[in-house]
Design a protein. Structure first.
Length: 70
């Protein structure tokens, strides 16, 4: 259903949510940190993914570009 939605932003958000749920399986919480950690730990597989300093106020860490855009 997600990919059939004509709105690209809805597609992106839905796919990100799905990825976050899959990477959080078996863990206590469904959190963005699991996505960030996955891409950090698999940089050799996903060399096209860059990391940027978070824009969250009062925070200092790098996020993968998908999390940053989200």
């Amino acid at each position: 259903m997600t990919l059939r939605n004509p709105n690209l932003i809805v597609q992106f958000m839905g796919l990100y949510q799905l990825l976050m749920k899959l990477l959080s399986k078996g863990k206590n919480n469904i959190v963005q940190r699991n996505v960030i950690n996955y891409f950090e730990n698999n940089r050799n597989k996903y060399g096209f993914i860059t990391f940027k300093q978070t824009h969250k106020a009062g925070k200092s860490f790098k996020e993968d570009i998908f999390t940053y855009i989200k």
